[in-house]
Design a protein around this ligand. Structure first.
Ligand SMILES: [Zn+2]
Ligand SMILES: [Zn+2]
Length: 279
């Protein structure tokens, strides 16, 4: 299995590789820029070189980027939409220069305009980005969401529709977040539930699109549409789901990334839990 964690880039992007190595990760996820700011701090060529050098010397196989929190590529507001597109373009270019092949992004929020409107606008955003950005190797990994407020992406059908409406369906993969899917109303508490959820995913989207997992237990309740991550085995999903995923041969080559809280002290514990579940 390809086991990993979301790690900090404090002090420079190359430190993310060190943080991942310390945890014996096969994969890491990082923010390429401060997730709460629109304007990225430019990364000097030296910083890019240091990152690539550190990565090439590390056993880490996969690095995925995560979009910033402010981004709303489905927004009905022209200013937010153009800022979201501009920053995503920067991230696509940066990912290319870093050799990162996937950027995880949420589907954004329609803010009252309706789901159809939001999904169409999101698709237009990606079409424009793919046309205007020279980043042919970078896949956009649409993340399943909990569906808080007017957020899109809490039904597998939303992701399917964006991919189907796009002029560039080959540019998309999916990131499956266990906490979000559970909070959205797909039960995963037993192995039989997991079997049914992945069968449903396969029927609607196709398992070949599933290119990353976020393995998070849920502090939020089933079907609550609330996004609160818990440590593995300490939330409302429980360990059976995680045992199912780590031992399923279909996911042997899919990065399994934890995004649980208290990175510094608890990442080692949560990764040990997953390693312990592998049979
Ligand atoms: Zn996410
Ligand atoms: Zn979340």
């Amino acid at each position: 299995m390809i086991l990993g964690a979301h790690v900090s880039t404090a002090g420079g992007l190359h430190n993310a590789i060190k943080n991942g190595d310390k945890l014996r990760c096969d994969a890491i996820q990082i923010f390429l820029q401060n997730p709460n700011q629109w304007k990225p701090k430019p990364i000097a060529t030296d910083g890019l070189k240091k990152f690539r050098a550190a990565w090439s010397e590390s056993p880490i196989r996969e690095v995925v980027a995560h979009d910033i929190h402010l981004s709303n590529l489905a927004s009905p507001k022209p200013d937010v939409l153009s800022k979201s597109r501009a920053q995503f373009q920067v991230q696509l270019e940066l990912a290319t220069r870093l050799g990162i092949s996937g950027i995880v992004t949420h589907l954004g929020a329609h803010l009252g305009e309706g789901e159809r409107f939001g999904l169409k606008r999101l698709t237009e955003s990606f079409d424009e980005l793919f046309e205007t950005t020279d980043a042919p190797e970078v896949t956009v990994l649409l993340e399943t969401t909990a569906g808080q407020g007017t957020n899109l992406g809490y039904r597998f059908e939303h992701l399917r529709d964006v991919i189907a409406m796009s002029r560039y369906p080959a540019r998309f993969g999916v990131c499956f977040d266990t906490c979000h899917v559970f909070a959205a109303g797909y039960d995963m508490r037993t192995a039989a539930d997991c079997e049914a959820v992945f069968a449903r995913f396969d029927a609607v989207i196709g398992l070949e699109r599933l290119q990353a997992f976020h393995l998070n237990d849920a502090k939020s309740e089933y079907e609550s549409r609330v996004d609160r991550h818990a440590h593995l085995g300490k939330g409302n999903i429980g360990l059976e789901a995680f045992a199912f995923i780590v031992n399923d041969a279909r996911f042997a080559e899919v990065p399994l990334i934890i995004e649980t809280p208290e990175l510094k002290t608890m990442h080692a514990v949560n990764l040990a839990t997953l390693r312990g579940l592998a049979t």
